[in-house]
Design a protein around this ligand. Structure first.
Ligand SMILES: [Zn+2]
Length: 258
């Protein structure tokens, strides 16, 4: 039977519509798995264990298995070693849960990390693993438990600056994720948290004190952080260090590592 021009047009239109529909299906959120998808992982022969749950986001299961899990198996014990303190044992177990109900990027409460699958889906080749290295630092930090009389509160800029220092300067230095351009130097604040504070910490570590992160972490965890610590460690107040840091940023960043 000879196809009429009209039928041919309609057929082509339908095929084009079908192709569009397939594209839409491929980029939309897949339905949650009917069975729980939880991978249980051992680190260092079982010294630590964690689970990754992708029941809500089955499309992330393969990436988690191939890329995320090996990176975290390597980095959790490294972070534990970087942040020791006397009598302290980092959590032996933790969990990473991709849940559609969580609408931020990722958050850690105790040893449970919640992640937003929609954000991770768009960052598999970008920030996905680095953001979880940041969350692992929160699992190890466990600040805020010191109960002795006079225990000090851990300032938020350090609680968030330390994870971003470890993430951007140690885990993925090639990404240059914390750079501050000379034109932004004047408005940079050392206590702005996250990447800006990480840049400040890197400046002080590079120029004055290779043990700064360990010392800060111990003081913060034990409830005895005091701004005097900067003076004790570097002979400069944190404000003096911040001025020096900003001057270095204005001429192109911190000194090269020694
Ligand atoms: Zn954080």
């Amino acid at each position: 039977m000879k196809t009429s021009p009209l039928l041919f047009l309609v057929l082509n239109f339908c095929l084009a519509a079908l192709a569009r529909a397939e594209t839409l299906i491929a980029t939309s959120t897949p339905p949650p798995s009917a069975v729980p998808l939880i991978e249980s992982v051992a680190i260092d022969g079982g010294a630590y264990r964690f689970t990754v749950e992708t029941t809500d986001a089955p499309d992330l299961t393969d990436w988690s298995h191939r890329e995320l899990i090996p990176a975290l198996q390597k980095w959790y014990p490294l972070i534990v070693k970087m942040l020791p303190s006397e009598g302290y044992a980092a959590p032996k177990t933790f969990s990473i849960n991709f849940v559609n109900s969580y609408k931020g990027v990722a958050a850690t409460g105790g040893n449970r990390i919640e992640c937003n699958p929609a954000w991770y889906r768009g960052q598999l080749k970008g920030e996905a693993i680095g953001s979880l290295v940041h969350e692992l630092v929160h699992v190890v930090q466990q600040y805020g438990h010191a109960r002795q009389p006079g225990a000090t509160h851990a300032p938020g800029w350090l609680v968030e600056g330390i994870p971003d220092y470890i993430r951007w300067y140690l885990y993925e230095p090639q990404a240059h994720g914390c750079e501050i351009s000379p034109k932004n130097a004047a408005t940079a604040r050392y206590d702005a948290a996250y990447r800006v504070s990480a840049n400040f910490l890197n400046f002080v570590i590079t120029k004055y004190d290779k043990e700064l992160i360990r010392e800060l972490n111990t003081a913060l965890r034990e409830g005895r952080y005091d701004p005097e610590l900067w003076k004790t460690r570097t002979n400069h107040t944190v404000e003096e260090l911040a001025e020096e840091w900003k001057k270095a940023l204005e001429v192109g960043g911190p000194p090269p590592p020694q």
